[in-house]
Structures are given as structure tokens and as C-alpha cells.
Design a protein around this ligand. Structure first.
Ligand code: ADP
Ligand code: MG
Length: 349
């Protein structure tokens, strides 16, 4: 029979392929990786494998890694409120373990290239370790995602094209925002050769990352976004009598409205909150409205990182942590539109 754990794990990895990849990439970033290689076999249906050159895992953690609620990252209650590392629930490896064949191969600086391959039981309990050569860092291999949830597996297979496109666009978002981290992403289709989907160098700027991911042409007409505004938290009863202005900073790049320019791909709108990729349809809509006011039908290329105080939004309201509720949203969007119009007007040639 199917255990409660397997069903709950299906909820943590709620978004199929995308959640799994997000969790693993975030773990690599948490481990201070400067190089992250993502390899898919058959678009991830057969294998998702992420190799990083991060800190690696020390032997005293081998038996805990895939246990539910194990995390090496959470220290105090305060941390829960002000999450600075991407992972803070200790459920990703445990969930993936319940839903796939999970292997972890790792080596810390002290032992590399003598690494350890770790295998787990479905429950997350350590099954075995063996010596396996590995440079400093960690490789996490996820074989046959949803192997024991046939309905979820069929659903993933049915939607694999769309799901895979979403994963790639998420990885592109990370590759652009993570300055100083080299990303390499491959897919190995069942009847073809391993193909490189995109790669970045360990660039110093997000602009160079954009050129690596989308090609140098993507830089045409890009202007820097660097918006600053202060907002008063008008709708908060609790904070009404306090000095309560919040600073909002939006940084990134956006394409200038130019009449007669070719259509920008609407999928090239990447949003982040404090450098975490997020879906922010409300922000996208506001930006596209400003763009439309220049009588343009296309939507702009946008790479926008909203740098907000951690009290200015809620994450983790959904199991996969990606739903973001912005406090004072109406104010924020209004300020954004005004600043963006100013920016465009000042950048006209
Ligand atoms: P969380 O990230 O919330 O702590 P996870 O289930 O994602 O929980 O990971 C469990 C633990 O495994 C992490 O706390 C970390 O100690 C370790 N870990 C996972 N992936 C890596 C990695 N790529 N490099 C180093 N340590 C890792
Ligand atoms: Mg994690």
C-alpha cells in the first residue's frame, strides 16, 4: 500500500518536475556552489541529476539527510521568520526519496576526490554507503520521479513538454540572478544525443548572464532598472502608529519601448523577490500596462528583482513556497508604474 508519507511528499513536490529541480538547485546554492550542472534524461522523466562544486556533506550527516524535517540550516525560531537560505523545511530530499530512486554522491574538501555514494530506503532511512570518486561537492540523482504514484507519473508524462519548458525557464531565471555561478543545463532525449540547452560562465553581472542565456541580441534596447521608493504601510492596523516606511528597491533590466522593434518573447519576463524566482503576475501586468501606454503591442523583456524587507511579503503560504503575497500591493504597483514611466521617458532617444 501507499504510505501517508508518499502522499504528503507528493504535495511537497507539488509542481512535479519544477519543484524537484528548484529544491535541488537551491540546495546547491545554499552549499555555496559556484558551478551547477543540471542533466535531464528524457526531459527528467528518467533522470534529474544535479552536480555542484559546493561544500559537500560531512559523514555525520549521511544518515539524516533524507529524514523528514531534517535540515542542517535552521538554528533558531528567528530563522524561521527571516529565512535567508533558500531551504528551511528539510523536506525536499525526504520527499524525493519517497517518490523516486534517490542517490547522493558527495565529497567535502578534506576527502575529495574520495567521495561517498549514499543510498536510501523509501522512508528516508540510510540504506548503504559506498566509496565513489567525486570532486568536492555533491551530486543528487533523482531517478523515475513519481515511480510509486502512477497517476501523478502519467500526468507528468502527458504534460512533459510544458513542464520541461517551465523547468528550463526557471533554470534560466536562476542562471541570470545567480551572479558568479556557472550553470550548465543538458537534456538527453531517449533516441538522441545529449544536447546543451544553455550555459553561463561565472559572470560578474546579470547582464552578462542574460547574454549567455538568451544570446547577445537580447541586450539590444535593454536599460537598467534601478527603482527606489519608500512606502508607508497604510493598511496595517498593527503598525499604524509606528514609524513605518518601507524601502522597496527594484533592480534588473527592461527593454525600452521602441516603435517598430521586433516582438519580444513574452516568456522572457523573469521576476524575483530577494533573488528568489517567483511568479508575480500582478507585477507583470503593471509593467505590461505601462509598456502598452507607448502604443506598443509587444511586451518587454523584464528581469526584475524586488528587494523587499522580509516583513513586506509572505512566502510559504503554499507547499512549494512560490506564492508570494505582497503587502501593500496596490501602493507598490502604483509606485512602480509611476517610476517606470519616468524611466522610459528619460531614456527616449
Ligand atoms: P533543507 O534544504 O530545507 O535543509 P533538504 O531536504 O533540501 O532540506 O536537504 C536536507 C539537508 O541535506 C540540507 O540541510 C543539507 O544539509 C543537505 N544537502 C542537500 N543538498 C545538498 C547539497 N547539494 N550540498 C550540500 N548539502 C546538501
Ligand atoms: Mg533544501
Amino acid at each position: 500500500g501507499r504510505s501517508v508519507h508518499q502522499i504528503q511528499s507528493g504535495q511537497v513536490i507539488s509542481d512535479g518536475l519544477c519543484s524537484a529541480v528548484k529544491e535541488l538547485v537551491e540546495n546547491s546554492i545554499d552549499a555555496h556552489a559556484t558551478s551547477i550542472e543540471v542533466k535531464f534524461k528524457n526531459h527528467g522523466l528518467e533522470l534529474i541529476e544535479i552536480t555542484d562544486n559546493g561544500d559537500g556533506i560531512t559523514p555525520d550527516n549521511f544518515d539524516k539527510l533524507a529524514l523528514k524535517h531534517y535540515t542542517s540550516k535552521l538554528r533558531t525560531y528567528e530563522d524561521l521568520e527571516r529565512v535567508t537560505t533558500y531551504g528551511f523545511r528539510g523536506e525536499a530530499l525526504s520527499s524525493l526519496c519517497a517518490l523516486s530512486n534517490l542517490f547522493v554522491t558527495t565529497a567535502t574538501a578534506g576527502v575529495a576526490p574520495k567521495g561517498t555514494k549514499i543510498e536510501f530506503h523509501t522512508s528516508g532511512v540510510l540504506k548503504s554507503t559506498s566509496v565513489m570518486s567525486h570532486p568536492r561537492g555533491t551530486t543528487v540523482s533523482v531517478e523515475t520521479l513519481f515511480k510509486n504514484l502512477p497517476v501523478r507519473k502519467q500526468e507528468l508524462e502527458r504534460n512533459i513538454k510544458r513542464e520541461f519548458a517551465r523547468v528550463v525557464s526557471f533554470l534560466q531565471a536562476y542562471a541570470i540572478v545567480c551572479v558568479g555561478v556557472k550553470f550548465t543545463v543538458y537534456n538527453h532525449p531517449p533516441n538522441g544525443k545529449k544536447t546543451l540547452l544553455f550555459s553561463t560562465k561565472a559572470n560578474k553581472t546579470t547582464k552578462e548572464n542574460i547574454a549567455n542565456v538568451f544570446g547577445a541580441k537580447a541586450l539590444a534596447n535593454l536599460i537598467p532598472l534601478d527603482l527606489d521608493f519608500e512606502m508607508t504601510a497604510s493598511n496595517s492596523i498593527l503598525n499604524r502608529n509606528r514609524d513605518d516606511t518601507r524601502k522597496v528597491k527594484i533592480i534588473g533590466h527592461i527593454s525600452r519601448p521602441v516603435v517598430g522593434e521586433g516582438r519580444q518573447a513574452p516568456d522572457r519576463q523573469l521576476f524575483f523577490v530577494n533573488s528568489r524566482p517567483c511568479n508575480l503576475p500582478q507585477v507583470a501586468r503593471a509593467i505590461n500596462e505601462v509598456y502598452k501606454s507607448y502604443n506598443l503591442t509587444q511586451s518587454p523583456f523584464v528581469f526584475a528583482d524586488l528587494q523587499l524587507d522580509t516583513t513586506a511579503y509572505d512566502v510559504n503560504v503554499s507547499p512549494d513556497k512560490r506564492t508570494i503575497l505582497l503587502h501593500d500591493q496596490a501602493n507598490l504597483l502604483e509606485s512602480l508604474k509611476v517610476s517606470l514611466t519616468e524611466l522610459f521617458d528619460n531614456s527616449e532617444q
